[in-house]
Design a protein around this ligand. Structure first.
Ligand code: ADP
Ligand code: MG
Length: 355
């Protein structure tokens, strides 16, 4: 089912939680809503679900205004971070719940309910657990029950609000891949809320980055990561060095290098900017005697598995510059704290300061 979100505004007691949000979700897509806490992700998801109503704007599902259908008829399943399973019900009854509460004319026969729940428990790899109670399951198993429960009504749209947020890192990673497979196999259209950029980039077809009730950028994981549209998106995706630079005639001078500006600044503008350079785009070289370039001194080295993080002091910069180099590269360079090196930016995006 396609979902069109048209210019939603939602206020709570004068506080603007959504400030003109528009978005098109295509049939079969898995879209991640990514943003810090308070950016409006849950509010947007709840409005799509029909659990909340916008002050202005509309949701169209397959082109039809969703406000004309009541929640039960929207064909939507949802899973929340703390999806309270019914503690007094077995796994089987939890999954069957959504079918049992259907109006009689829509409710499947008992044999059909049993068959469907068994199939779902197979699908979420909980076969054999039907008679257990939630308290007898691990966190990851409980979230799979919550998913099976959401899927029991055979929704066309699956909405998930930080469904793995409470689980530990290893379980999260497994469930992520598994969710992606489930989404594809069942031909769902899914919207997935997370504040974890890695989760969004790994899982989603497209990522919607939100901040303060607005959409900062919508794009594929590659677009979002390779071409962040705003300083906010850059900073939200992980650590980034911000290097003050001068801008003249459409070029920015960063250290001993020049970078072209995109369409962000008028060509004739002269002024100051900030060059955003990711740690993995800082190149370090051992300085040969007499060699020119931007000098830096190694302040600190830390080993992060296959990557080594190098903190560098660069003359004229108040903050240390952070570089990340592959472990294999460090074996060649053999950097030591206190050593003087040369640095280059392999890539930079320059945001000019508003004149
Ligand atoms: P997120 O899910 O991105 O953390 P939310 O959509 O939950 O953000 O909330 C966005 C903002 O709206 C927050 O500042 C939150 O406090 C406020 N908000 C959300 N729901 C309500 C509510 N029912 N009443 C008052 N304020 C709310
Ligand atoms: Mg939330």
């Amino acid at each position: 089912m396609s979902i069109e979100v048209e210019n939603l505004v939602k206020r709570f007691d004068g506080f603007t939680a959504l400030d003109g949000v528009s978005l098109e979700i295509r049939e079969g897509e898995l879209v991640a809503l990514l943003g810090p806490s308070g950016s409006g992700k849950t509010t947007l998801l709840r409005i799509i679900a029909g659990l909340e109503f916008p002050d202005t704007g509309a949701i169209l599902m397959d082109g039809i205004d969703a406000s004309t259908r009541h929640v039960g008829a929207r064909n939507v399943g949802f899973v929340f971070q703390h999806y309270a399973l019914f503690r007094h019900m077995t796994v089987f009854e939890n999954v069957a719940f959504g079918l049992r509460v259907k109006p009689r004319r829509l409710r499947p026969a008992e044999a059909e309910i049993r068959a469907r729940v068994d199939r779902l428990l197979d699908l979420v790899q909980l076969e054999g657990m039907a008679k257990r109670y939630p308290s007898q399951l691990s966190g990851g198993q409980r979230q799979r029950v919550a998913l099976a429960r959401a899927l029991a009504i055979e929704p066309r749209v699956l909405l998930l609000d930080e469904p793995f947020g409470a689980l530990d890192a290893k379980v999260r990673k497994d469930l992520r891949r598994w969710l992606r497979r489930l989404h594809d196999e069942m031909g769902l259209t899914s919207v997935f809320v997370t504040h974890d950029q890695e989760e969004a980039l790994e899982l989603a077809d497209r990522v919607v980055v939100m901040s303060q009730g607005r959409i900062e950028q919508v794009g594929t994981p590659e677009e979002i990561y390779d071409r962040p549209a705003t300083p906010f998106v850059y900073e939200f995706l992980g650590h980034v060095n911000r290097l003050p630079c001068t801008v003249a005639r459409g070029r920015a001078r960063v250290w001993h290098q020049e970078f072209g500006l995109e369409e962000t600044a008028p060509v004739e503008q002269i002024g100051r900017g900030l060059a955003y350079v990711r740690p993995e785009d800082i190149e370090i070289a051992v300085r040969a005697p007499g060699e020119e370039g931007t000098r830096a001194r190694v302040l600190h080295l830390s080993l992060l598995g296959p990557i080594v993080r190098v903190e560098l002091a660069v003359p004229g910069l108040a903050d240390p510059v952070e570089a990340e180099i592959p472990r294999a590269r460090q074996r060649e360079l053999d950097l030591r704290v206190g050593q003087e090196v040369l640095v280059r930016a392999r890539a930079a995006k320059v945001f000019t300061e508003a004149a």
